[in-house]
Design a protein around this ligand. Structure first.
Ligand SMILES: [Cu+2]
Length: 127
């Protein structure tokens, strides 16, 4: 009888340990998730143009005067240069380089290109 009870106790403790480990692994995973959600709420204020494979991606729509961050995932350097006027013009180093510029204050559609690779074209929409 005692041997069976001891076994049962060991099994119970093992089960508790497993549960403890399970919840221990679960909660740290949940906490960063909540943190990411909080950061996600901040992200809309910091729009990003990601340059990849010599492309700017889909047109980005921002409010007038917004600070736009440009991230360049290519090895080559690129620029984000407005077609007209000097609305914006930034040089972004390759391999994860970043730069920021301020979106124009007047609403409109602002096509831009890369001065190194003029076939690269994108559009910033301000409204
Ligand atoms: Cu380029």
């Amino acid at each position: 009888m005692r041997a069976i009870q001891a076994k049962a106790t060991v099994l119970l403790m093992a089960a508790l340990l497993l549960v403890g480990c399970g919840s221990g692994t679960g909660s740290p995973t949940a906490s960063p998730g909540a943190g990411t959600a909080t950061m996600g709420a901040v992200t809309p204020g910091a729009p990003v143009i990601t340059i990849k494979d010599f492309g700017y991606g889909a047109p980005l729509t921002v409010a007038p005067g917004t600070i736009v961050t440009v991230t360049n995932m290519d090895a080559a350097g690129h620029t984000v240069t407005a077609d007209q006027g000097q609305a914006f013009d930034v040089d972004v180093r390759g391999s994860g380089g970043t730069a920021t510029f301020t979106a124009p204050s007047s609403p409109g559609s602002y096509p831009y290109f890369c001065t190194y690779h003029p076939n690269m074209r994108g559009t910033l929409i301000v409204k």
